[in-house]
Ligand binder design. Sequence first.
Ligand code: GLY
Length: 333
Amino acid sequence: MKKNRREFIKVSAIGGAALLLNSSCTESEELKDELAAEEIIQNKPIVVSTWEHGLAANEAAWEILSKKGKALDAVEAGVRVSESDPENLTVGIGGLPDRDGKVTLDACIMDHTSQCGAVACLEEIENPISVARKVMEDTPHVMLVGKGAQEFAVSKGFEKKNLLTTESTKQWKEWLEKSEYEPIINIENHDTIGMLALDEDGNLAGACTTSGMAYKLHGRVGDSPIIGAGLFVDNEVGAACATGVGEAVIRVAGSAMVVELMRNGKSPSEACKEVVNRIISKHENVDGLQVGFLALNKNGEHGSHSVYQGFNVAVAASETNELVDASFDKEWD
Ligand code: GLY
């Protein structure tokens, strides 16, 4: 991995400094204090993503960020790595199918100008994140689903291919023997790669992509392609993404809520924890209900929190690309 020196950039208000020159002594002192209080240290560039598969995805994103590339290009390139990995059973090609044996993919992307695009229940297209970006850039819409999304993808030059692999077919056939829907915590639930990046220009972007819950009902869509649920970016504040049981994330507008809490002064970790606690409080029983949030604020600080232990996030900055365990509310055996 090509590494850059981490840059600590002190950002102060130029307008404020100009004012300072013209003010009286006492006013100057007050303004100096204000400027010091407003001084922001930005840790950039940085990219963070969910789960262990985020390490390889971060490498691709870092290639772009370290060359002063855009956060939007970085997150798209990053999550495409997971989508195109046939050994990853929860994203893109090789993702576990629904109960009818169909691989249906969900993805969304959002940039620093609040532009966003999404696809849901998309079949036979390996890189839904790039289709989501085309929806954002080439249409007046935010989301395309099902057949329409596939037709749009093909019209943009994406190739149709069989996304079932030998391994995913084998696992689906084994599941069919009992046909019991009991997702295994942190295994069939670790279904998403969400990625957030802050680039050299100080702009944020995010991407989120998944094959969704294994053996779901055909047509089921989770949180991952829903802007505000699986992903949200506000360039003034920060970005957040979610993983785990999508239904629980949608019910609390999870990622948008994390960003709003950061806007109100919470750190990324505190904001993630508060939304996880809200999910817990809204369910009588959270047995097996894993949800995790990952957040990155405008200063390049990150945080994560999950209902159960076992969630981790990959963090790539100047010298490192490493897995960090998220804090959690509950232990499990
Ligand atoms: N978090 C992914 C899903 O529920 O589909």
